[in-house]
Design a protein around this ligand. Sequence first.
Ligand code: ATP
Ligand code: MG
Length: 600
Amino acid sequence: MTEFSISKGSKGGHPLEVSTPCGASLESILCTEELRRRPLRPAEFDKENSALVSLASALADSPGTILQTLADKVLEVLQADSAGLSLLTKDEKRFYWAAIAGAWAPHIGGGTQRAFGPCGDVLDRNIPLLFTHWERRYPYLGTAVPLAEEGLLVPFYVNGKAVGTIWAIAHDKRRQFDTEDLRLLESMGRFASAAYQAVESIENLKFEIAQREKAETALLGLNNDLEARVRVRTEELEERNAAARQATASLQAAFQQIEVLKDQLYKENIALREEIDQTSMFEEIIGTAHPLKEVLARVSKVAPTDSIVLITGETGTGKELIARALHKRSGRASRVFVSVNCAGIPPALVASELFGHEKGSFTGALQRRIGRFELAEGGTIFLDEVGELQAETQIALLRVLQEREFERVGGAQPLPADVRLIAATNRDLKAAIAEGSFRSDLFYRLNVFPIEMPSLRARKDDIPLLAEYFIHRYAGKMGKRFSSISKESLEMLQSYTWPGNIRQLQNVIERSVIICETGTLTIDESWVAGKALENSNSIQPLPQKLAEDEKSRIEAALAEARGRVSGPSGAAVKLGMPASTLESKIRALKINKHSFKAAA
Ligand SMILES: Nc1ncnc2c1ncn2[C@@H]1O[C@H](COP(=O)(O)OP(=O)(O)OP(=O)(O)O)[C@@H](O)[C@H]1O
Ligand SMILES: [Mg+2]
């Protein structure tokens, strides 16, 4: 037996070529010559065509059966006993019988080794081969019954690569394949290859589409998931935003509440302070001397009205006491009495202190603050040391008195001023007008109802009464008892000039009560040393004279205190007046306090 092969060139009816013999087993292979020698049967083109049409319609109807259709049609057209198709497995180590028609149909799914079998030989050589009794060369084929008399194989290509074989088998000598069979096998093989390729690309395409659809579904799922998460997150954020807005609103409400409470607390605080002051201050107005009686008569006349009262008089004569008495006897008695020491506030802050300020109206105005006028709403405002007001504030005060309304510093809204005004000063305001430091129009506005406080010198008859009153008061506070005051001490008190007036007398008595341990109170002579009280008739009530007197008293005290104003040994204590009052007097009387330091 000789192996024969047909070159690729044989496709399309080229002559068969002799192949290289392949050893001892080649006797099982028919040679080319023999195939060619065989009588050539006439071509049956209509059968061939109908086979190709079948393949084409199989492709259109059910592409999955293309290989089986090929097997069926090869069987039919070649008039073989069995026909089929072997394909390489993925690892290319074996062939499996993918489609079989005819006698070998039950062997479908069986297979052969890639390296050792007729299909392998065909693929190795990449040519068609005709075998006879191949079981002699490949013994495992001896089990495939019925045995094959002849087998004709051609390579099966997919995308130009041989991936299997198409074969036709004759199980007896009745049928002998010839070159027409080979041509038919190759022709159908080519068609099937193209069809298979198409199916495969369709399958690949389908797979790709399925993959893409899967990916799209996954993407859609992810998208939906993302959208759902975004929705949930947005809702969460909106909820949080709403909560934050609510929190801000309640915070603002709380702040407003705090602001209101702060104002209220501030008012209450001031009112409380006033009350404390009042309890310590609003003691009886002691005295029976004529000048005081006259003052009190005027007080009871003007108190019930809402008129402005201007109280003048030396320091410590009881100007504030009278102001409080006016308030107490007025229709505003149940409301607040607000006292402002105009000399005690730095000039830059006076306006803000009196009228309040809006937040941010000047550097340091961190909060809105209500002023003394607002605080005194419905009550009485007492402007002490009104003569010390700066020109700018005098104008602002004048506006309040004219228009009965005011504005906070930095504010645009006028606020009504339902306030009764009482002013006090120990300055000679007429002299201040003359020297240009006080506005005359303001003076006339303030001087509606003047009350001039008499000095203690002018009411020396009241000294024993006042002394007794203060002894009783301080002794009671300190838990001491005094049956009387020594005659000498009383005489000393009556003959002293009392530049600090009743406040000074009050201080001297308080000091004596502290120090004195006997039942009879005595006064230390040094505390009331100085100018003896002259005959009260010789005292000139003229303002000029008062100013001169006051100036010399202050100068004497400053000299004694070596220029020191405040502190225990300062001039203010000696004169029995607050340090701030003394400072303003020093300024007003143009005293050079430093010269006393140099003199010391
Ligand atoms: N007639 C009086 N009876 C009892 N105490 C009085 C009398 N007059 C004044 N005082 C007391 O003397 C002290 C000083 O009084 P007040 O402060 O009213 O004087 P002032 O004229 O306002 O003084 P300054 O000008 O220094 O402000 C207070 O403690 C007050 O209670
Ligand atoms: Mg006063």
